[in-house]
Design a protein around this ligand. Structure first.
Ligand SMILES: Cc1cc2nc3c(=O)[nH]c(=O)nc-3n(C[C@H](O)[C@H](O)[C@H](O)COP(=O)(O)O)c2cc1C
Length: 182
């Protein structure tokens, strides 16, 4: 199946009502049309090594109890780190953090935390300085689902500063734009 578009707006499928057979890359394109914020999830290993990566799978899950979720790809070199950690932080990035988002999305950077503003939480976990929201989460529950590990955290500490979020949409970083008249 291939997805064609009319004026880049109306998706047309080969069949009458969508497609039941599709390529992973087509699904990825469709998932990418849902705009998300961008966050860095971070923790510290028992040996004291800081570990972190850029995610856009973050979502709120429950208010009472306070739960959030994110997912980590199964082939991540840090799968066991996040599976075994006691706490992790979620730093929601501001629109000025595009470079940081790219840095933490690269496995080639040896020490992602070197030379950047890092704040250590009272639990001893690194978080990103200047993040518009910081959540310290206890590692609550995890489930392997499909090609990702679904991680659920219980929010234990919250902090926030003023700022506009970084947005990920259509495979690109962008920002929020005011809709005229709203
Ligand atoms: C905007 C954006 C969102 C991402 N979201 C996720 C995610 O939710 N889960 C994930 O496992 N990887 C995600 N990635 C990919 C990781 O950031 C990337 O694989 C990173 O290199 C992992 O670092 P590591 O190899 O040091 O573990 C995302 C990348 C970008 C640019």
């Amino acid at each position: 199946m291939s997805i064609t578009t009319l004026n880049n707006q109306m998706p047309l499928f080969d069949s009458e009502w969508g497609a039941t057979e599709f390529e992973t890359r087509d699904l990825r394109t469709l998932f990418g049309k849902y705009p998300t914020g961008v966050a860095i999830v971070a923790t510290r290993t028992a040996e004291g090594r800081n570990v972190g990566l850029t995610i856009n799978s973050f979502a709120s899950l429950s208010l009472e109890p306070p739960l959030v979720l994110w997912s980590l790809v199964n082939h991540s070199p840090n799968l066991s780190v996040f599976r075994d950690c006691e706490y992790f932080t979620i730093s929601i990035l501001s629109c000025d953090h595009q470079e940081l988002a790219l840095r933490f999305a690269s496995s080639r950077v040896e020490n992602k935390f070197q030379g950047i503003s890092v704040q250590e939480t009272p639990e001893g976990i690194p978080s990103i300085g200047g993040a518009i929201v910081t959540l310290v989460c206890a590692n609550h529950q995890q489930t392997h689902l499909g090609d990702h590990l679904l991680v659920i955290g219980e929010v234990k500490r919250i902090a926030s500063i003023e700022g506009k979020p970084l947005v990920f949409h259509g495979g690109m970083f962008t920002g929020l734009h005011d809709i005229h008249g709203i």
